[in-house]
Ligand binder design. Structure first.
Ligand SMILES: Cc1cc2nc3c(=O)[nH]c(=O)nc-3n(C[C@H](O)[C@H](O)[C@H](O)COP(=O)(O)OP(=O)(O)OC[C@H]3O[C@@H](n4cnc5c(N)ncnc54)[C@H](O)[C@@H]3O)c2cc1C
Length: 365
């Protein structure tokens, strides 16, 4: 029987451990707090959910989301908010050997724990998340009763991004957008988000902006959410000596911050490869996937180089693309020609200064 060590029990590590167990692989899962309850609001496009994920892990679904900037566009693509508690229990790891500890060294066939213990296995997967410096995504959100959020939604089921300028916001300042999604039938999350910044806007500034944006409403806060995470995993995870997975292993889209659905999808592919004693890196890092990942990182560099008006125009253009073109860029990590077509569409529609920034980003400058 193949033996695997998975380091990190976040969404990616836990999903992988779960799928490995399903494939008959013996799993040791290491995390300093493996049963810590997840609190973040995780969402994804509905068509990104893997077929094996039961509906218990879904909290809310909508058929269409608005993108708003200078115009309002309804993107007719389903969007899902995950029930994090349900997801955590659906990703059952009760048959794994769970070690409550932190690794201090991770090698392709063994790890060393802080306790000093060494453990060996046929394969070690590093799913420790993104640490260190670099571009981040930040946000500050308030969870409010659905009835109070209706004027914000203004007929939409959810708002993916509202880049609109409001009193109290300098239109030239580094931009942020409002994200408004139902968490269930009764609650809506209203979140002011800095998509990517290096440095990113601090949550305190996003809180100020959210309150200014919603100042005309009387809101009763049920809870709040503070978001801050790194966007850049390994630059070439397929070259890493130790198999890396999840946000750390290149499954986070650096220009959007989404990774959970990609990790859920890839978990099964990696698990099947490991069970068949094939190289799991080869299974998820085809040549196309590597090139798409490089283009996505170039996409992040473009975003970081745009000023506020360029950012708003860019997302106006993006919102008007056909859903299939959007999907290729946002979700299809092996669709090189699709990603290139979308980037070409965006480039063609952009003004000359934005084009210059995009060229420099693709050239890595
Ligand atoms: C509030 C919030 C909302 C978000 N919303 C979304 C969303 O809607 N959709 C989306 O796709 N993404 C979202 N994200 C991004 C999300 O964090 C990541 O996508 C996701 O958590 C990455 O999962 P991961 O398992 O790869 O890494 P992590 O979640 O970072 O998990 C890493 C795990 O490794 C463990 N670990 C670290 N070091 C060690 C060590 N030395 N030894 C052992 N274990 C170790 C940690 O304890 C942790 O459990 C959100 C993030 C936040 C903070």
């Amino acid at each position: 029987m193949t033996e695997a060590i998975v380091v990190g029990a976040g969404p990616s590590g836990r999903a992988l451990a779960h799928r490995l167990l399903r494939e008959g692989v013996a799993v040791t899962l290491v995390d300093p707090a493996p049963h810590r309850a997840w609190r973040a609001t995780y969402a994804c496009w509905t068509d990104e959910l893997p077929h094996w994920l039961p509906t218990d892990s879904i909290a809310a679904q909508v058929n269409s989301v608005d993108m708003r900037s200078t115009e309002r566009v309804a993107v007719r693509r389903g969007y899902t908010v995950l029930d994090v508690e349900g997801l955590q229990s659906v990703l059952d790891v009760s048959d794994a050997h769970v070690i409550v500890d932190r690794t201090v060294a991770v090698h392709p066939d063994r790890v060393t724990l802080r306790s000093g213990e060494h453990i060996v296995a046929d394969i070690v997967v590093d799913a420790r998340g993104i640490t260190g410096r670099g571009a981040r995504q930040t946000a500050f959100g308030r969870i409010v009763p659905r009835s109070q959020a209706l004027p914000v939604l203004d007929g939409a089921e959810a708002i993916l991004m509202d880049w609109g300028v409001f009193p109290g916001l300098d239109s030239q300042a580094p931009p942020s957008f409002l994200y408004a999604i139902p968490l269930d039938d009764n609650r809506v999350l209203l979140e002011e988000t800095c998509l990517a910044g290096d440095p990113a806007l601090p949550p305190s500034e996003l809180r100020r902006r959210l309150d200014a944006r919603l100042a005309h409403l009387s809101l009763t806060q049920i809870d709040d959410e503070i978001v801050s995470f790194g966007l850049l995993g390994e630059s070439s995870p397929w070259r890493s000596e130790v198999m890396e997975f999840g946000a750390r292993g290149g499954l986070m889209h650096p220009a959007t911050g989404y990774s959970v659905a990609a990790s859920l999808q890839a978990a099964e592919v990696v698990a099947k490869a490991a069970a068949a004693q094939k190289d799991p890196n080869d299974a998820i890092w085809s040549l196309s996937a590597r090139q798409v990942y490089r283009l996505r990182r170039a996409g992040l560099r473009s975003l970081l180089s745009f000023d506020a008006p360029q950012t708003r125009r860019f997302f106006d253009t993006f919102a008007h693309l056909p859903v299939g073109r959007q999907r290729a860029y946002l979700s299809e990590r092996e669709n090189l020609s699709g990603v290139l077509t979308t980037m070409t569409n965006l480039f063609t529609a952009a003004g000359s200064s934005t084009r210059g920034a995009m060229i420099r980003s693709v050239l890595g400058r």
